[in-house]
Every structure is written in C-alpha cells, then in structure tokens.
Design a protein around this ligand. Sequence first.
Ligand SMILES: NC(=O)c1ccc[n+]([C@@H]2O[C@H](COP(=O)([O-])OP(=O)(O)OC[C@H]3O[C@@H](n4cnc5c(N)ncnc54)[C@H](OP(=O)(O)O)[C@@H]3O)[C@@H](O)[C@H]2O)c1
Length: 270
Amino acid sequence: MSTRFDLDGRKALVTGASRGIGRAVARAFAQAGADVAVVARSTDELQELAAEVERAGRRAVVLTCDVTEEEQIRDAVSEAIDALGCLDVLANVAGGTPTAGPFVELPMVAWQRDMRLNFESVLHFCRAAGPHLLQRGTGSVISVSSVAGMAGAPSRSTIAVSKAAVIALTRTLGAEWAAAGVRVNAILPGWTTTAETAVVRANEQVSAGLIHAVPMRRWGTPEEIADSAVYLAGDASSMVTGSCLTIDAGVSAYVGGPTLLDLLAYGRLG
Ligand SMILES: NC(=O)c1ccc[n+]([C@@H]2O[C@H](COP(=O)([O-])OP(=O)(O)OC[C@H]3O[C@@H](n4cnc5c(N)ncnc54)[C@H](OP(=O)(O)O)[C@@H]3O)[C@@H](O)[C@H]2O)c1
C-alpha cells in the first residue's frame, strides 16, 4: 500500500551526496522510490552510492561537480534533467564550515569562500533548476541550512551568515513560487555525526561540552536528517512551503543555562 511519504517515480537531484547527510538523503529518496542524480566532487564515492541505489532497483546518475562553480552547476542540472527526463526534487545539501575564529581576524577571502560554498551554491542551483520546476508547475526544493543560521554562532560567523542567507532565500522563494506549485523549504540540522564534525567528536571534552547544551543530550545521525528530507520531498508535506524545519534534538528550543529543576536542586530558589 502506498503512502503520502512515498516518492515513487519522482526524479531527484541531491548535492553533497558523496558522504554524510547528502548521502543519507540520496539513499532515503531511493528507498522511498525516487530515481536520483547524485552530485559532489568525489566521483568514486558517488559511483559506490549509485551502484547501491541501482541494486535496490532505482536509477542513479553520477554528476561530478564543484558546487562553487556556477557553470558546473548549470551543466549538472541540465545533465540531470536530460538523464532522468525531468526534476521533481532539488535537495541542496553540499556545504561545510571551513572557517572558524574571531570575527575581527577573518580575512575577506574566508568570507568569500564560505559564502560561495554555503549560500551561492544554493542560489545557483535554484537559478538553474527554477525555470524547469516553474514551467512544469510542480516540484520541491529542500536546502540544508543549520541551526547556526537561526541564532548567533560566536567564532563561526561565516556559517551563521551563509546559512541565514539560505533561510532568507528559502522563505522568499517559498512565497514567490507557491502559486506556481513549487514548494521551497529548509532543514536546519543541529549537531550531526558526519565527517564535518569528526574533529569535534574526537575531542571528548569538547564533545561532552557541546552535547551538554543539547536538551536530548545526544548527537543526531544523518539518517534522522534524511527522514525529514523525504517528508519535505513528497506529498506528505503538500501544504508546507517557506518553512524551516529544525532537526536538532531540541537545541533551538531552549535558550540554555540551568533549568528551574537545576536551580531548585541547588537550593537557589525557595
Ligand atoms: N554535521 C553537522 O553537524 C551539520 C549541522 C548543521 C548543518 N550541516 C550542513 O549539512 C550539510 C551536509 O554536511 P555534512 O555534515 O554531511 O558534511 P560532510 O560529511 O562533510 O559532507 C559534505 C558534502 O558536501 C560536499 N561538498 C563540499 N564542498 C563541495 C564542493 N565545493 N563541491 C561539491 N560538493 C561539495 C562533499 O562532497 P565532496 O567533498 O565529494 O565534493 C560532501 O558530499 C552542509 O550544508 C552542512 O553545513 C551539518
């Protein structure tokens, strides 16, 4: 029996599909019945994933592309449409946090690099795929932002600003493309176990400190983020557009500091 979470026969393009969250999203889309065009720079990893998808009975198209290069993005989108016949879903997952450090010490070149990777890549994919989606009058765009784009991120200003720009673009296109039948949403992950966070997780003290500020007191997995992408890709979210879905174990729900129970336990109240 099919459900509104099925993606049977849908055609999806997923960036950042060579590892981490993007790989989990491409896999989850295929498991839900979609054919996928998988995009990243690491061709070997993409081919491995494509073989896995094809073994599971779905089509996979490997597209090697540097998402900081506009021309390569345009080529990837048009090759995906040619190979799959059309595009129903665009999942912008590629990104990262190459720079951390005090704001006053960041060189402009770091800002340019991070804005290009985290924001302009999403912008160019939307520019390249938008006319096709609008002309068909259907489609779902999903961009992976971050909880860092919702609040301040001290010493990580480039990620905060680049991911906030993804949120602003999502809300704007969500409203602008709604009447044309194209939905645009963002996923805002919290701390997730990928290569991106490997260095942090390798340091027990730092990892414990970070997780102490997470209400669920744990890391998230790429698969938990991917489930929300399946929801946003298909009919289960047919009324959802311009939304930002936080998948963050509660991080953004709580301002931090001791809870009322902590204070009572310490005898500081009453
Ligand atoms: N992990 C977290 O805690 C966390 C939290 C919030 C948001 N996010 C966001 O989630 C997304 C996925 O991150 P992740 O944690 O899964 O990181 P990851 O494991 O490091 O994967 C990053 C992906 O992006 C691709 N990528 C990076 N630069 C690229 C480029 N120039 N051209 C093409 N592809 C490129 C990588 O592929 P190649 O290297 O093969 O090109 C890889 O597939 C990112 O947008 C990240 O900002 C992650």
